[in-house]
Design a protein around this ligand. Structure first.
Ligand SMILES: Cc1cc2nc3c(=O)[nH]c(=O)nc-3n(C[C@H](O)[C@H](O)[C@H](O)COP(=O)(O)O)c2cc1C
Length: 183
């Protein structure tokens, strides 16, 4: 196996081989405008307490706004929401969204039709190279019976209701491995 020196392109290529869900992290401010960012660099962190993380690029316009932010909502997008992903992946003011929002119990911005959302209080910010890692404690969570939107190799993929609805059949019991004897 040849080893190539790790470049940003090689890094991107490797992660392009790793399908993820798509989230939109929204944050409410008093200016009456819509703020948020499409993010796949998100993950659950802890069950006790309930923690999630999102990595936000320092070059994103939202990064400066997030510095003074206390909360965010992580919207986990459902299939059919590529429009919302594209909308929040465009840099600059997020105006005239072609989809609806609802309010969480905590007043956060929830994208209507998402597969789930987690309303979080920011409890920690950590440096992560050219990104800031925001850790949020989950104070509200809702899941809906919708299939997720998947991002893979630079494309949006819909896994469809079949995969989402059908349980994975149990694996057959493993055959006994032959016993190796020392000679
Ligand atoms: C599928 C997808 C996933 C993305 N994931 C992230 C991410 O995890 N973190 C990030 O900072 N930007 C991510 N981006 C890029 C931001 O969404 C994009 O830079 C956006 O323009 C930021 O908006 P803003 O500059 O108005 O803040 C992603 C974009 C796409 C299309």
């Amino acid at each position: 196996m040849t080893s190539s020196s790790p470049t940003p392109d090689a890094f991107r290529q490797a992660w392009g081989n790793f399908p993820t869900g798509v989230s939109v992290v929204t944050f409410a401010r008093d200016d009456g405008k819509i703020h948020g960012i499409t993010a796949t660099a998100v993950c659950p962190v802890s069950l006790d307490p309930l923690l999630v993380l999102v990595c936000v690029a320092k070059q994103a316009r939202s990064h400066a706004l997030l510095a003074s932010q206390e909360r965010f909502v992580m919207n986990l997008l459902a299939e059919g929401q590529t429009q919302a992903s594209r909308f929040f992946a465009s840099s600059g003011p997020k105006e005239n969204p072609p989809f609806e929002f609802e309010r969480s119990a905590h007043g956060g911005l929830v994208i209507a039709g998402s597969a789930a959302y987690l309303d979080c209080r920011i409890v920690r910010r950590a440096m992560g190279g050219d990104h800031t890692i925001l850790i949020g404690e989950v104070e509200e969570v809702q899941t809906f019976a919708r299939s997720p939107l998947v991002y893979f190799a630079g494309r949006y993929i819909e896994v469809g209701p079949k995969i989402a609805a059908e349980p994975v059949p149990p694996l057959p019991s493993p055959k006994k491995a032959p016993v190796l004897k020392n000679s």
